[in-house]
Ligand binder design. Structure first.
Ligand code: FRU
Length: 496
């Protein structure tokens, strides 16, 4: 092993070698990135390096709860089958001893560049507390990374007036024709979130450009984990606000992730926000990050957990998983999310039902399991509610219910086996196709402990975690009235 590796990183890697083999081979998600051991949160450094996809994540390998942040690491050739690599960074430098917080990555001149937030959390000689968040850089070869000795690359002297000295984090970097750009979350003088934009020619020296957008206390407080990219003829600014208040079915209390949809003027760097929507309507989704794939697809991945409902059972040695990577497409002013098409290569054992009438609780031959891709088209106007229970047996189930009259889709994990008083239901509005057929399309991805729901080809999504024992693997359809459904089910098989 490289002799430059710090004792902190060495300790994390040793822990991984000792433990993660047994955990990796255990009952973890099959095609979703999940913690190799210990705790993970936000996706970081989602990028392509030397023709492979790399994903890093906020990581504390020592316990299944948040602790001083490391960067964990994995890579993939197709975004579905992931190889776990040794931890990439540990909090071991004077500018990040309090944690290596979220950030991003890109390939530059043959090197893999990681840009992240270093947390400085120490006591000064006079006993007072000193806490700062600064932006830092590390470079590597896809396996080992070295932090730049002259970090930080952006510190408090580059903050616009009135900005918080303490909340300044989660840099997202990208390259344009005229240089490198970076945005980071910050707080303005009134305590609410703002997104700062910087520019650099050489990745080392950065100039403040503009405040790209600010919250003005409208959408929560601090804006975390920003991302910014063109999609179709618009630009999307993604932010993950803390401390939001619920608004109808659009937003829920606490941490949300939002798409700010608008126009961007490259000359003036002005972003004109036109509308704000939730990035996901499920119980577990936060801090998404995107990457531009070599074929031009904009691909997003999110952390499939809520800060306020950490429901992983205490017996687990790993805590936290990511969503499936999703391609973002703009259509008629709406941002569609589709599981990356590479997933389809892993479909096996197809089972199809055409025009199946559902009038009462119904199990269908060949439709069961916990690792699958299930597509449904629900038609008919003689029912009020149509439901699917999955991860079900006599004791447990999680239910997805479509209410035709209310035009809502509701997830309910009350009976998934939870022993904590966490939020268990969430609803979102859905629009059946009104062009005559009144059809609602659903795609449900199950991967042992999660259900991701894509409505009408990804017009809206709901991501949810549940940790029901694996023996609960039945799927039960039901309708209040009579519903007519087309069903296609595939198992997903990934050999490791
Ligand atoms: C978001 C976040 C980031 C921060 C990281 C710390 O979930 O709070 O703002 O960088 O987690 O782990």
């Amino acid at each position: 092993m490289d002799k430059n590796i710090s004792k902190e990183l060495l300790a994390a890697r040793k822990m991984e070698m000792e433990l993660s083999e047994s955990i990796l081979n255990g009952e973890r998600p099959v095609y979703h990135v999940a913690s190799p051991l210990g705790w993970i949160n936000d996706p970081n450094g989602f990028s392509v390096f030397q023709n492979e996809y790399h994903l890093f994540f906020q990581y504390y390998p020592y316990e299944t709860k948040w602790g001083p942040m490391h960067w964990g690491h994995c890579k993939s050739k197709d975004l579905i089958s992931w190889e776990y690599l040794p931890a990439a960074m540990a909090p071991d430098a004077e500018w990040d001893q309090g944690g290596c917080y979220s950030g991003s990555a890109l390939e530059a001149d043959g090197e893999h560049i990681l840009i992240y937030t270093g947390v400085i959390d120490k006591k000064l000689e006079d006993g007072s507390k000193y806490y700062r968040q600064v932006q830092c850089m590390a470079k590597g070869d896809g396996l080992n990374y070295e932090k730049w000795e002259q970090n930080p690359i952006i510190a408090q002297d580059k903050l616009p007036e009135g900005s918080s000295l303490e909340d300044f984090r989660d840099p997202k970097i990208w390259k344009e024709e005229d240089g490198y750009y970076l945005i980071a979350g910050s707080r303005s003088a009134d305590g609410s979130g703002q997104i700062l934009m910087y520019r650099s020619d050489d990745l080392k020296s950065w100039d403040f450009v503009t405040i790209l957008d600010s919250c003005r206390n409208e959408y929560g407080k601090m804006w975390e984990c920003p991302d910014f990219f063109p999609l179709g003829d618009h630009h999307i600014l993604i932010v993950s606000p803390q401390d939001m208040r619920a608004k109808g079915l659009d937003f829920h209390n606490g941490n949300n992730s939002l798409f700010l949809y608008g126009r961007y003027d490259h000359q003036t760097h002005h972003f004109e926000r036109e509308k704000v929507t939730s990035a996901d309507y499920g119980l577990d989704f936060y801090a998404p990050q995107t990457m531009l794939a070599p074929d031009g697809r904009r691909i997003m991945i999110g952390w499939m957990q809520s800060w306020d409902a950490k429901i992983t059972p205490s017996s687990f040695k790993w805590a936290g998983m990511m969503t499936v990577p999703r391609e973002l497409v703009l259509k008629d002013g709406k941002i569609y999310q589709k599981p990356v098409r590479e997933l389809e290569q892993y479909r096996v054992n197809p089972v199809t039902y055409q025009n199946q009438m559902i009038l009462a609780p119904t199990k269908l031959d060949g439709i069961s399991g916990r690792v699958l891709d299930l597509e449904l088209e629900i038609t008919g106007s003689d029912f009020e509610q149509f439901s699917i229970c999955f991860a079900a047996n006599k004791e447990y189930h999680t239910e997805l219910c479509y209410d035709r009259n209310k035009k809502t889709l509701t997830i309910d994990r009350t009976d998934c086996g939870l022993v904590r008083d966490a939020v268990c239901t969430r609803s979102m509005e859905v629009q059946p196709d009104t062009a005559g057929t009144e059809q609602l399309k659903l795609r449900i991805l199950l991967d042992r402990y999660s259900a991701e729901i894509f409505v009408n080809d990804g017009e809206k999504t709901m991501s949810n975690a549940f940790y029901t024992p694996m023996e609960a693997d039945q799927i039960i359809f039901d309708a209040n009235g009579s519903a007519c459904v087309n069903i296609r089910k595939y198992d997903i098989q990934v050999s490791r």
